[in-house]
Write a protein that binds this ligand. Structure first.
Ligand code: BT5
Length: 264
C-alpha cells in the first residue's frame, strides 16, 4: 500500500472505545493520521450518548485522528470525509454491494431498504485546542462497519432487527475485514486531503450530495427544541442538510440533529 498519513495503525484486542483512546492521544500531542482499530469495544460510542454494538472479531471498528484547518461551521465535513472513504472502500472490496449502499445524512451508511450498515461519530476535542492555544481542535472520527455481524437477523438484539445489516448479509458470504480496512485507509488519504482546501471541501460536499439517499426525500428533522418537516434538497458547502419547507429553505446543522426520519 502506498505510504499515506494513515500509516500508524494501533491495534487493540479489546478497548473501551477507539474514539476515547484517540482523544486522549490527541491531548498528548499525537499527530494527524494515527489510526486505532479494535477487535472489540466494551463501550463503543454513538452520537448523543448512544452506544455502538458489535461482538468481538466480526466487524470493523476504527477511529482516525485528523487535525483539519477548518472552522467550526465546516466541522461536519470530517464526518463526510470518513463516510465517503468507507463508501469508496466498500465499492473496491465488494463491488456487488456498491450500488446498494448510500449515505443517510448526517452519519450513516445504509443499504437500499434503509437498514444501517455503518455509523460515523466525529468528536472535536476542544480541550486540546484550549490547551494548545489554537482555534482549530483535533477531530477524532470513528466508524463502525457491520462487516460479518450480524450473519443473520437472529444474531441481532431485538431493538436492532430491521434496523441493522452487515456486508455479509448483503452478499451472502463472509467478508475480509483486513481488506476493507486497507481499502478504507487508502481511500481516506485523498478524501482527507480534500478537507485541507476550499476546492476539496466543495468536492466533499458535492460527492456527499451525489451519494446521499436523503436527497429528494421528505424528511422530519428532530431537533432538541422541536421538529419540522420538509424536502431534503441539497448539501451546503459546509456539509449541512438543506431542507425546503414550503417557500422557505432551512439549513440543518448536523450537531443539532437528533434524528432525520422519513416524513409523512
Ligand atoms: C453512530 O451513532 O452511528 C456512530 C457509531 C460510531 C461507532 C464507531 S466504532 C469505532 C469508534 N469508536 C467508538 O466508540 N465509536 C466509533 P448513532 O447515529 O447515534 O447511532 C447509534 C444507534 O445505532 C444506536 O442507538 C442503535 O440504535 C444503532 N446501532 C448500534 N449498533 C449498531 C450496529 N452495529 N449496526 C447498526 N445500528 C446500530
Amino acid at each position: 500500500m502506498p505510504q499515506t498519513r494513515f500509516a500508524d495503525v494501533r491495534r487493540f484486542g479489546s478497548i473501551d472505545s477507539t474514539n476515547r483512546y484517540l482523544i486522549e492521544e490527541a491531548r498528548a500531542g499525537a499527530p494527524e493520521g494515527v489510526v486505532a482499530v479494535a477487535d472489540h469495544q466494551t463501550a463503543g460510542r454513538g452520537r448523543l450518548g448512544r452506544s455502538w454494538e458489535a461482538p468481538a472479531g466480526a466487524n470493523l471498528l476504527l477511529s482516525v485522528l485528523l487535525r483539519p484547518a477548518i472552522g467550526p461551521g465546516e466541522r461536519h465535513l470530517a464526518t463526510t470525509t470518513v463516510a465517503l472513504a468507507a463508501l469508496d472502500a466498500i465499492g473496491v472490496v465488494e463491488p456487488r454491494t456498491a450500488t446498494d449502499v448510500s449515505i443517510k445524512w448526517p452519519n450513516d451508511l445504509v443499504e437500499s431498504s434503509g437498514r444501517k450498515l455503518a455509523g460515523v461519530l466525529a468528536e472535536a476535542d476542544l480541550v486540546s485546542a484550549v490547551a494548545a492555544g489554537v482555534l482549530q481542535p483535533p477531530v477524532v472520527v470513528g466508524i463502525g462497519v457491520n462487516v460479518n455481524w450480524p450473519a443473520t437477523d437472529a444474531d441481532l438484539p431485538p431493538e436492532l432487527v430491521g434496523l441493522a445489516v452487515s456486508l455479509r448479509q448483503m452478499i451472502g458470504v463472509p467478508v475480509d475485514r483486513e481488506a476493507l480496512l486497507a481499502a478504507l485507509l487508502a481511500a481516506l488519504e485523498p478524501r482527507a486531503a480534500d478537507l485541507d482546501s476550499v476546492a476539496g471541501r466543495a468536492r466533499l460536499a458535492e460527492d456527499m450530495a451525489t451519494h446521499c439517499s436523503t436527497m429528494g426525500t421528505r424528511v422530519r428533522v428532530d431537533l432538541p427544541d422541536g421538529s419540522f418537516e420538509g424536502t431534503a434538497t441539497g448539501i451546503s458547502p459546509e456539509g449541512h442538510l438543506v431542507v425546503t419547507t414550503g417557500k422557505a429553505t432551512r439549513t440543518v446543522v448536523a450537531g443539532d440533529v437528533v434524528h432525520v426520519r422519513p416524513g409523512s
